[in-house]
Each structure stands twice: as structure tokens, then as C-alpha cells.
Design a protein around this ligand. Structure first.
Ligand code: GAL
Length: 476
């Protein structure tokens, strides 16, 4: 009987079952012989979160609007008309949530600051209540033996800055610097692990090229300047951290996916290379001093228009670590009708992928191994943290439990592949699950649930899922 068949049987039998101890499940899935110790004594285990997705409290205590507050209130932008006004209300529930995190034996809490909570207009007047809120989170982490890891920017640009063009306006370098100065000066004495940006490719492409995310802008005339200013801020933010927190470990994070050609190695292979630029190479290469990968994706040549004298030097920064964020793989097929990139992703359903998540992403554990190898091959990438990895499945609460065995299986198989890369000598120093709580999944609303902890968005009740219990056992 193969693993999948075994899993199916467990899922069927669990529908009627009451709480099945994690141990018993571990015994059933005999293939998982991994132990926390295999990753080494210094390996960091934690979860990753993002301000807009969990905080709620969108307009109280002096917070200004962000582009996500605006976008979610526009008709038709978000599935089911959902928004993050309240979400998990982490703003009020953070003590309970950090206590849960501790109970899962996790030692790192990765979170982002909301720019418009601390600078309601993006620049200028500081909102002290916002600063106080992040102090409270940081203190609660430290009191519970959890390291706070702060991301400066996870997609929620102040609306006041978007009104002036947002990432398309070169002034964003000044605005972002002011914001990074504020965070590092206020929190640098307590926070020693920093990430500048979360997934620059995602927010520039989804927000400024195809308009699927806030602020909903489209076209290369928006995308190319946004890319350049973002790449600039990626390094500038890091320089500011270095200056204000000299003992900090500094990184930035990238969304990345192993890419493969659909059928014809040669024809689809060319399209795959272009996608690889967009998905994996666009932001790391300028940071490493390699410039933009224009040769492999000619449309990027247009970026020159926005590059001023001396800029290319400024894109470089010697990051202490790179945050790899991976969920799936991408299979690419040539398609001449698609402008510029002339290729498309073949959806998992169209290629008969066997396991597909709520996000319509294929479960492909080996993909994380392959993408780690790809990133580790760059000269200048010396240390990697997996700063996000996880899956959304349709979870159900029954008898006060969530039997998310599919997610347990996902984590085990992805972790095996992380370990495989580590055992081959790659310096992987930690793994953060996406994510602690079910939360607002951007344009998909609340339907995809990624949490180790189930959230009832009506009552704010938290229920630790089987996957959370699995981590608790594993990290004991
Ligand atoms: C990442 C993003 C997170 C989260 C996750 C799951 O790209 O950084 O905010 O949404 O994907 O979709």
C-alpha cells in the first residue's frame, strides 16, 4: 500500500473518529523517521505571519489606511467580498496566540510591521500607539522564550503613499528609508533578526503588472519602475538595519518555485527560462551584484529608463541570509499569444497532478529541494532560512479537533526534502511554517486555510489542528 492510499484510508476512518493521538498517527505513517535532531541543535523552528493578514484593527488607535484596506473595500476585488478589517484580530488576541505558539514548542515568531500603523501617512507623524503595539508583541515573544523576527514590508503600503504613485514613484526610496529608520531605531535593541521585504516579485507582479492584488495596477509601465525601486529599497533597507542594529542578522525573502518544461524540452524550455527569470531570478540577482537578468527576458530591458547613475551599485547588499519561500513547482508551456513572456503555467489539473491544495497548487515536495539547490548555487548566498512553506486544505472542526492529516503529510514530506538539501551540505539554518493561524489570504479571502491553528472568524475561537499537534510532538 503506498503512502497516498494509506493516507486516504486514515482520512476516511478519521471522519467518524474522535481525537486520535498524534503519536498514533505518527506510527501509522511509518515512513516518517525524521527527528528534530536530524536538523541539528541550532536549527531554528518557527512560524511566519504578516500584519495585514492577521492583525485586524484596521482603523483604530490611529492607524492609517493601507492599500489593502482600500483594495478590499472595492467591489469585486476579493473572493466573497472578504476583507481583513478584523481577520484573526491578532491586535487584541496576540497574547493568546503567542502562548499557543509557545505551546507548539516553536522558538521563532516571524511577523511584519504595518507601515500605516506606525506612520499613518506613510511619512511624517509617528503613531505612538502603533509603536507600542509592536513593543508589546516583541516583549511577549521574549518573555516566552521566542525570538521575534521582523519583516519590514509585507505588502501593506500606506494608501497615502499609493496616492502619490506608490512603488512606481522613485520617492518611495526616501519614504521606505524613513520607515526602516523608524522601525530599526525603535526595535533594534530587542529584535536581532530582520528581513527587509517579503517576496518582492509577488507584490510587484500581482500589484503592479496584473492588478490581481492591491493596488490593482497593470502593465509594464507600472511594473518596471516598481521593480527597480523595490530592488533599490531591498538593499537600502538592509543598509539601514546594518547602521542602526550592527549586531543584527539581516535577510530578505523571495517567493520561488522550481520550474520545469511541459513537454518539449527545447520549445517549452525557452519559455521556462523566461518564467524562471520572473519567478526566481529578478530580485536576487541585482542584490548579489549581478544586475537584472535582461538577457533571458528581453522585456526587462525597459527597466533602463528608470535606472539612474550609480543605482546598480546601490542594488547590492551582502545579506547574511536569504529567505526561501516555496509552496509548489511550476510547469511551463510555450504560448506565443502571451505578450513578452510567451509562455504559460500549465495548471496542475491540466497535467493530472495527483495532489492539489485549496490554492490550486500542486503538492510537490521535491520542488523545495530543487529550489534550495538553485538558490544555494549562487555565489554570495551563504545561509538559507525557509521563511515560508505550508499548504491550504479544506479543514473541518469536529469534536473540537481538526484532523488535517493531509497537511501533516505535506509538512513531513517537505521537511524530508529540506533535510535532504541540508544533508548535502547546504547551510539551511531554520524552517518557518506558513502559518500559525488561518487568516486573510489576500485576493482569495478567508477560504484557503493555511494555519496550524484553526480560527473561527465569527467567534475568534482557536483550535489547534493535528498539524499543530504534530509540530508540538516533533519539536518536543
Ligand atoms: C506567500 C505570502 C504569504 C501567504 C502565502 C500563502 O506568498 O508571503 O503572505 O499569503 O504566500 O499564499
Amino acid at each position: 500500500m503506498d503512502r497516498r492510499e494509506l493516507l486516504r484510508l486514515i482520512l476516511m476512518s478519521s471522519a467518524a473518529a474522535t481525537v486520535m493521538p498524534t503519536k498514533a498517527f505518527g506510527n501509522v505513517l511509518k515512513y516518517n523517521s525524521m527527528s528534530k535532531l536530524d536538523f541539528g541543535p541550532d536549527f531554528k523552528w518557527g512560524v511566519a505571519t504578516a500584519s495585514y493578514q492577521i492583525e485586524g484593527a484596521h482603523s483604530i488607535d490611529g492607524k492609517g489606511a493601507s492599500i489593502w484596506d482600500t483594495f478590499t473595500h472595492e467591489k469585486g476585488k476579493i473572493k466573497n467580498g472578504h476583507n481583513g478589517d478584523v481577520s484573526c484580530d491578532f491586535y487584541h488576541n496576540y497574547l493568546e496566540d503567542i502562548a499557543i505558539l509557545k505551546s507548539l514548542n516553536m522558538k521563532v515568531f516571524r511577523f511584519s510591521a504595518s507601515w500605516s500603523r506606525v506612520l499613518p501617512n506613510g511619512t511624517g507623524t509617528v503613531n505612538q500607539k502603533g509603536i507600542d503595539f509592536y513593543h508589546k508583541i516583541i516583549d511577549a515573544c521574549l518573555e516566552n522564550g521566542i525570538e521575534p523576527w521582523m519583516t519590514i514590508y509585507h505588502w501593506d503600503l500606506p494608501q497615502a503613499l499609493q496616492d502619490k504613485g506608490g512603488w512606481v514613484n522613485r520617492d518611495v526610496i526616501q519614504w521606505f528609508s524613513e520607515y526602516a529608520e523608524l522601525l530599526t531605531k525603535n526595535f533594534g535593541s530587542k529584535v536581532k533578526n530582520w528581513m527587509v521585504l517579503n517576496e518582492p516579485m509577488s507584490f510587484t507582479a500581482l500589484g503592479y503588472l496584473i492588478g490581481y492584488h492591491a493596488p490593482g495596477k497593470r502593465g509594464f509601465k507600472n511594473f518596471l519602475p516598481a521593480v527597480h525601486h523595490t530592488a533599490y529599497c531591498q538593499a537600502e533597507g538592509a543598509r539601514i538595519i546594518r547602521k542602526n542594529v550592527p549586531d543584527a542578522q539581516i535577510g530578505t525573502t523571495f517567493s520561488c518555485s522550481h520550474v520545469e518544461p511541459w513537454k518539449d524540452e527545447k520549445r517549452d524550455g525557452k519559455a521556462m527560462e523566461r518564467w524562471d527569470v520572473l519567478l526566481n531570478r529578478l530580485f536576487i540577482e541585482p542584490a548579489l551584484g549581478m544586475g537584472y537578468p535582461v538577457e533571458s527576458l528581453p522585456v526587462l530591458k525597459g527597466i533602463k529608463k528608470y535606472v539612474q547613475k550609480g543605482d546598480m551599485e546601490k542594488l547590492k547588499f551582502d545579506f547574511d541570509f536569504i529567505g526561501v519561500q516555496n509552496y509548489t513547482r511550476e510547469v511551463i508551456k510555450k504560448n506565443g499569444l502571451i505578450p513578452f513572456i510567451k509562455g504559460m503555467e500549465v495548471s496542475p489539473k491540466d497535467r493530472d497532478a495527483k495532489e492539489i491544495t485549496e490554492m490550486n497548487w500542486e503538492v510537490y515536495p521535491e520542488g523545495i529541494y530543487k529550489i534550495i539547490k538553485q538558490f544555494a548555487a549562487y555565489k554570495g548566498v551563504n545561509k538559507i532560512y525557509i521563511t515560508e512553506n505550508g499548504a491550504a486544505f479544506p479543514d473541518v472542526v469536529a469534536n473540537n479537533a481538526v484532523k488535517d492529516f493531509q497537511r501533516v503529510d505535506y509538512y513531513q514530506r517537505y521537511l524530508e526534502q529540506v533535510l535532504r538539501a541540508k544533508n548535502e551540505g547546504i547551510n539551511i539554518a531554520g524552517y518557518f511554517s506558513w502559518t500559525l493561524l488561518d487568516n486573510f489570504e489576500w485576493s482569495e479571502g478567508f477560504k484557503p486555510r493555511f494555519g496550524l491553528v484553526h480560527v473561527d472568524f465569527e467567534t475568534q475561537k482557536r483550535t489547534i489542528k493535528e498539524s499543530g499537534l504534530w509540530f508540538r510532538e516533533f519539536l518536543k
